[in-house]
Design a protein around this ligand. Structure first.
Ligand code: NDP
Length: 446
């Protein structure tokens, strides 16, 4: 009756996972539609190239730190063109890996942009395709304010394809992307300013942890300019000027990282009556929209814009629509990392959220110089913090700043998800000498 059992729009993290498993594990006839590169934001202009750039920046510190350990480097230099070339090569490799994975799973790949014709039909390259179910996993795209002269601003997308490393950079915003790129540019040697409208970066995270990381970033040379509104942008010679309510700031590159919005504008959702809220598609626990044959997941819905969340949503979608319905997507205690320098990672409640939710809690924290920095000459310090429910003794939140925080917090997330108590942490023997052992050696609440 239909061309396909399932037609997926968008070959990003969620779409690829859903289509691949639907075809290979469930034996469904599946097609995936993509008008750009395989792998979506994460692979092409998100997590993967960002992490590669982060590694590049971190080497600046490793090289500096190594001197305290007796290493001597002559003619140390950094070549942006090599980084970009190798990054592009790796992304191309991953694009092919994704394409082959889909083909090997028996998924039909349709190159083009899909727009809805009716609740079971999309039009791609002037041809109609029908499916019993259509899953929208079209992702999100950069959201820019309506500021005069905004055409002079670049985005994180552009930053991945710069021909040269700028000498000076202004990054507008204080979220994940702004903070991560500020560290990347600063570590690679660009004079970096972070310009934000509010009074703190990473506003939704534990305030004390954020204050710690912002202080460290400033000590490492990033200028953070708070409470500043940009009135307009202009261009003079090769510089972009931010005219603010305070004064003008200019740089070779002005990059806006002011959030991302669901990529739904051109799908023709109105044509079929799919309901949205602020551009995000509304779905129920089965990831079903108000139109029964149409589903959505990943960055197009109003949840967390994170790759592992999209992957988990894809598995939950398959279970609930084609399986035994035993799974339900759980958005509690999702760990997350900000790959700034130093690294910050977190799981569970911030102190502010614990207060808001009415918990009575103890705080255990430690601010220390990691052993590596005792003779490296680096002034970077690490910070760990536990928030513990006074009544149940359950660990409600774990926060860390320091080397490998993202790796360490992944393990801590299992403990928080399992509802472990402070005594479970206390009964665990530390691995010495590490930074992570702090989590099991803090005895006195602060
Ligand atoms: P975020 O939502 O994290 O941050 C947006 C920032 O832009 C905030 O600081 C916000 O300020 C500011 N802002 C918003 N509108 C304006 C405006 N008109 N003028 C000035 N500033 C403005 O968005 P990002 O773009 O950084 O990232 C998008 C999403 O991508 C994240 O939410 C995250 O889910 C995902 N991501 C995850 C990463 C990871 O896991 N490591 C890395 C990168 C992205 P205010 O605080 O005042 O609202």
């Amino acid at each position: 009756m239909y061309d396909y059992d399932l037609l997926v729009i968008g070959a990003g993290s969620g779409g690829v996972r859903a289509s691949r498993m639907a075809s290979s594990d469930l034996g469904l006839k599946v097609a995936i539609v993509e008008d750009n590169m395989m792998g979506g934001t994460c692979v092409n202009v998100g997590c993967v190239p960002k992490k590669l750039f982060t590694y590049a920046g971190d080497f600046a510190h490793s090289l500096e730190d190594a001197k305290g350990y007796g290493w001597n480097y002559k003619n140390q230099s950094f070549d942006w063109k090599i980084l970009r070339k190798n990054k592009d090569k790796e992304i191309k490799r991953l694009n092919n890996v994704y394409e082959n994975m889909l083909k090997n799973a028996g998924v039909d790949i349709i190159n083009g942009y899909a727009t809805f014709v009716d609740k079971n039909t999309v039009r791609i390259n002037n041809k109609n395709y029908t499916a019993e179910r259509i899953l929208i996993s079209a992702g999100a795209t950069t959201s820019l304010p309506d500021t005069s002269g905004i055409e002079h601003a670049k985005t994180s997308f552009d930053a991945f394809y710069l021909d040269k490393l700028p000498n000076e950079v202004i990054i507008v915003g204080g979220g994940y992307i702004a903070v991560e790129f500020a560290s990347i540019f600063n570590n690679l040697g660009a004079k970096t300013k972070l310009l934000l409208r509010g009074d703190r970066i990473l506003r939704e995270f534990d305030n004390e942890t954020v204050d710690f990381v912002s202080n460290q970033m400033q000590e490492l040379g990033i200028e953070i300019i708070y409470n500043t509104d940009i009135k307009k942008l202009s261009k003079k010679n090769n510089k972009t000027i931010c005219h603010t309510d305070k004064k003008d700031f200019s740089a070779e590159l002005v990059m806006y990282a002011t959030g991302r919005k669901p990529y739904t504008d051109k799908l023709g959702l109105q044509q079929v009556g799919v309901k949205t809220r602020n551009g995000a598609i509304k779905v129920n626990d089965d990831f079903q929209t108000n139109i029964p044959s149409i589903y959505a997941l990943g960055d197009v819905i109003d949840k967390m814009q994170l790759t592992p969340v999209a992957l988990s949503e894809a598995m939950t979608f398959l279970n609930r629509v084609y399986g035994d319905k035993t799974k339900k997507m759980d958005y509690e205690n999702i760990p997350t990392a900000i790959f700034c320098y130093p690294n910050m990672a977190t799981v569970g409640l911030s102190q502010e959220q614990a207060t808001e939710q009415g918990y009575k809690f103890d705080i255990y924290k430690s601010n220390f110089k990691p052993m590596k920095n005792t003779i490296s000459g680096s002034n970077c310090r690490s910070f760990v913090k536990l928030i513990v429910d006074k009544n149940t003794q359950k660990v409600l939140g774990v926060h860390m700043i320091g080397d490998d925080a993202s790796e360490i917090i992944q393990g801590m997330a299992i403990a928080v998800k399992a509802g472990l108590k402070k005594s479970d942490f206390d009964n665990t023997i530390g691995i010495h000498p590490t930074s992570a052992e702090e989590f099991v050696t803090m005895r006195t609440p602060s």
